[in-house]
Write a protein that binds this ligand. Structure first.
Ligand code: CTP
Ligand code: MG
Length: 242
């Protein structure tokens, strides 16, 4: 990865791939003493594992980490990794602000951005590269996702109201890869409504009338969300390094 963002490619130059890591938020469901993305997992703050995966993905040109205003936990950054303390009140707002920082820093409107949760610390360079392989030639872009494994129930007052068809259901993961300008435009349309209902990048792109590509991911690429998730993430990371 390069140290700083070089000027946007001119003419027919190939679009580049940037990583944008939303890393603000408090992790209220995780119950950790610090924001979950900074909680130690397998010997390092969780987000360091996330960043290591992107650093090892050959086609990622540069990585921008979006943290909360005044958050200095990660310090000034590192080669190929910039820190922007422009995090917002929601994940979508953090991503929207981060896209502005990428463009201001020299990324091009037609460059690609891979948005990835800091809290998905088990993503692998191979999964990142598989998403890039699948999306580089696509008009829209897409996301890693997982076909539903379990039977899906509709709940009503704590009881099952119906069993839903699961064959056409997928769980959305990250990274999610779109053109920077297209994603920024899609999020801008949701900004006046406080980004309501925009829980991932694809949902904003869908609201703009596009149909993102579903790229099969891995169950190991889960988002550390609840207290018990830390031990599972730690076990997976330690098994990979064994
Ligand atoms: N995130 C962010 N800005 C926010 C909220 C979340 O950048 N205002 C980031 C988190 O750091 C996390 C990712 O978005 O890496 C996914 O969000 P989530 O798992 O929901 O994290 P939190 O919002 O911090 O957790 P919770 O919803 O349990 O409070
Ligand atoms: Mg949240």
């Amino acid at each position: 990865m390069s140290d700083s963002i070089s000027p946007s490619p001119q003419g027919g130059a190939a679009p580049r791939c940037f990583a944008l890591i939303p890393c603000a938020g408090s992790g209220s469901r995780a119950g950790a003493p610090v924001p979950k993305q900074y909680q130690p997992v397998a010997g390092q703050p969780m987000v360091r594992h996330t960043l290591a995966a992107f650093a090892a993905a050959p086609r990622i040109a540069h990585c921008l980490v979006v943290v909360a205003p005044g958050d200095a936990f990660l310090g000034p950054g590192a080669p190929g990794v910039a820190i922007a303390d422009c995090g917002g009140a929601s994940r979508a707002e953090s991503v929207f602000n981060g896209l502005g920082a990428l463009l201001a820093g020299g990324a091009g409107a037609q460059d690609w951005v891979l948005v990835h949760d800091a809290a998905r610390c088990l993503v692998t360079p191979a999964q990142i590269e598989a998403l890039i392989d699948a999306c580089l030639g696509d008009a829209v872009g897409g996301l890693l996702a997982l076909p539903l494994a379990d039977t899906l129930k509709l709940a009503d007052a704590g009881r099952v109201a119906a069993t839903l068809e699961r064959a056409d259901k997928w769980l959305a993961q990250t990274p999610q890869m779109f053109r920077i300008a297209a994603l920024r435009g899609a999020l801008a349309a949701a900004a006046p409504g406080g980004f309501a209902g925009v829980t991932d990048e694809a949902s904003a792109i869908e609201a703009a009338g596009q149909r993102p590509l579903l790229v099969p991911g891995s169950a190991q690429n889960f988002k550390v969300t609840y207290p018990e998730d830390f031990a599972l993430a730690e076990a997976v990371l330690r098994s990979r390094n064994a």
